[in-house]
Design a protein around this ligand. Structure first.
Ligand SMILES: *[C@@H]1O[C@H](CO)[C@@H](O)[C@H](O)[C@H]1NC(C)=O
Ligand SMILES: *[C@@H]1O[C@H](CO)[C@@H](O)[C@H](O)[C@H]1NC(C)=O
Length: 306
């Protein structure tokens, strides 16, 4: 009896040793490429072969062995696409944090790349969910100060477009805030008080109501925060929001760069400190919203994925 027990113990120990020796290195070991998490834009889905599917494919070609997770919000592609219009963004961010924390391939850390609104959504992820750690955040046409206008309808050059955006007071009603994604980053520069009070998502992550020191601390853990602005963007009003600039408060004509916003001068989010440390990268791409070539992507973006 005792001898059998000892033999069993010995066999078990041997097995453990063998398993230990054979254990494959987990991803996240310094040797393998850093995984990449992608968040698509409005009206898109995780896996469209012409958009995110294509990006995933060319990244995998360029960086052999890389793990690329293209985020899906919901249980099907249709739901994923619908949620990009109609699901409370704070709940989407929560869902993504949950997905990331459960993904064993990401536990050593990852880089993140957001397209259009996916850019500001991934910024919320790094600010709210420090584990697993995000290394570089690449925002491709993300609207970090929100939008004030409709796609292809630049307010400053058309009276109808200007009127339309001024009529959109309902963007800040509770019912619309909770149901329409784009209203959650609608930013009316003439009505900053209302924006501060009612914007469910953007005013929160941009520290407009209270300063959450955790947001600041978490954002500052990024190695690089890369922001791409499309220099001929007709979808985003104003395009400088893609570089974290915006309309000067109180009017809708003059735009100011990030460095002149109070968010920066008061350093409510750590952006000034990051800028001075060389962590902010501002890239300009010629072309309309999300229009770029494979060559441009390889030359300007891929270096931040390695
Ligand atoms: C600050 O953000 C963290 C992370 O999302 C959250 O847990 C905490 O409740 C927030 N604190 C305040 C005062 O909002
Ligand atoms: C795009 O914008 C850049 C910078 O503002 C400008 O130099 C260029 O002419 C524009 N290109 C087109 C096609 O409008």
């Amino acid at each position: 009896m005792e001898r059998g027990g000892r033999t069993l113990l010995f066999a078990l120990l041997l097995l453990l040793l063998l398993l230990g020796g054979l254990r494959r290195p987990s991803s996240g070991d310094a040797a393998g490429p850093v995984p990449l998490v992608i968040w698509h834009g409005m009206g898109d889905s995780c896996c469209n072969p012409l958009s995110m599917g294509y990006i995933k494919k060319i990244v995998e070609e360029k960086i052999p062995g890389i793990y690329v997770l293209s985020l899906k919000i919901g249980s099907s592609l249709i739901e994923d696409m619908e949620n990009s219009y109609f699901m409370n963004v704070n709940n989407q961010v929560k869902d993504v944090c949950d997905q990331l924390s459960k993904d064993s391939k990401l536990q050593g850390g990852y880089n993140a790349m957001g397209f259009s609104q996916g850019g500001q959504f991934l910024r919320a992820v790094v600010q709210r969910c420090p584990s697993p750690p995000m290394f570089n955040l690449i925002s491709i046409g993300g609207q970090h100060q929100g939008v004030f206008g409709f796609p292809h309808c630049p307010g400053e050059s058309s009276r109808i477009c200007d009127w339309l955006r001024k009529m959109l007071d309902i963007a800040y009603t509770k019912a619309i805030q909770q149901r329409l994604v784009q209203a959650q980053y609608w930013h009316d520069p003439v009505n900053e008080e209302e924006y501060r009070r009612s914007s469910l998502f953007l005013a929160d992550i941009n520290q407009e109501r209270v300063i959450n020191e955790t947001y600041k601390k978490n954002l500052m853990t990024l190695k690089k925060f890369v922001m791409v602005q499309f220099l001929n963007d007709t979808m985003v009003d104003p395009p400088v929001s893609e570089w974290f600039g915006y309309y000067r408060s109180g009017q809708t004509k003059e735009i100011i760069p990030l460095q002149e916003t109070t968010l920066y001068t008061e350093d409510r989010l750590g952006l000034k400190e990051m800028d001075q440390a060389g962590k902010l990268v501002f890239l300009g791409a010629e072309g309309d919203h999300l229009h770029f070539s494979k060559e441009w992507f390889f030359k300007n973006i891929v270096p931040f994925l390695q």
